[in-house]
Design a protein around this ligand. Sequence first.
Ligand SMILES: Cc1cc2nc3c(=O)[nH]c(=O)nc-3n(C[C@H](O)[C@H](O)[C@H](O)COP(=O)(O)OP(=O)(O)OC[C@H]3O[C@@H](n4cnc5c(N)ncnc54)[C@H](O)[C@@H]3O)c2cc1C
Length: 270
Amino acid sequence: MDKYDVVVIGAGAAGLSAGALLAKEGKSVLVCERSPYLGGRALAVDDEGFTVNIGGHLIEDGGSGLTKIFENVGKKLIHGKVNAEMPVWDHENQQWGSIRDRYATDKTELKKVIKALVNTPWEELDNWDDRNLRDWIHQYTDDQGVVDLFEFLSVLECLTDEPWDHSASDNLFVRKMHYQERRMAAYSCWPGQGWDGIWQDLADACTEHGGEVRLDTAVSRVVIENREVKGVEIPSESTILPGVPYEAEMVETGCVISTGRPRCAATNPP
Ligand SMILES: Cc1cc2nc3c(=O)[nH]c(=O)nc-3n(C[C@H](O)[C@H](O)[C@H](O)COP(=O)(O)OP(=O)(O)OC[C@H]3O[C@@H](n4cnc5c(N)ncnc54)[C@H](O)[C@@H]3O)c2cc1C
């Protein structure tokens, strides 16, 4: 039976980062990915000679996120060209325009809110997980232009149409990071090595430090006995029908990191 310090479920951004960092720290790591691809929701696939990015498009990282993880594991996340104008599509006039045009009047109120955000401790943002952005802004200004700008950015980043759907802390965290690290509302770039390239780099960092990354490998069960993690089960058949017994390989480990929205269940056998 194979034995590892840590089994990571999922080879998306979170799983590959965890796998590469832990391998670098000297842990024996196995990263299991049920699909044939690295990258999870930010995967890139080959299609008729083209590389098609199905998920992620822009890396929003001023330097302290994925870029830092790459540095830590001995790789380089290449930042492609950055457009400081942050072009956005203007539906009304059917043309591209600068984000600056969305707030072209006196900047006093905007600067006040940016300063308040930069001075707000990171931990305090946790109190805004289940509250909306508008309430946070109204602590500092009633200027509708500032509210509109922040909400516009939140809709751009969160892929839903209504700003009140979004957690204030999600948006404020990203905004604070960009202002502090790059002095701009939103810093984003295309990864120089491509999205497929960055996931391959992280997988390589994991294996170069003794870890293992297995594709087409779904974890069906985390085995827990007496409140202790004992390992994971990997079925030999790729399709598991509910209630139908299947052959499974048991991989022993005392620690499991699950990064997927689990279809696999943690079980505590009698
Ligand atoms: C259309 C779209 C556009 C986006 N654009 C951007 C963007 O421009 N910039 C940006 O920063 N973000 C973007 N995102 C968000 C970004 O892609 C995700 O936040 C990120 O990829 C999530 O990574 P993750 O590792 O947390 O999860 P995932 O990528 O979901 O990874 C989880 C992995 O776990 C695997 N898994 C699940 N269960 C099991 C199991 N039982 N056994 C083995 N493997 C398992 C899954 O197959 C998956 O590969 C976008 C997302 C989408 C959908």
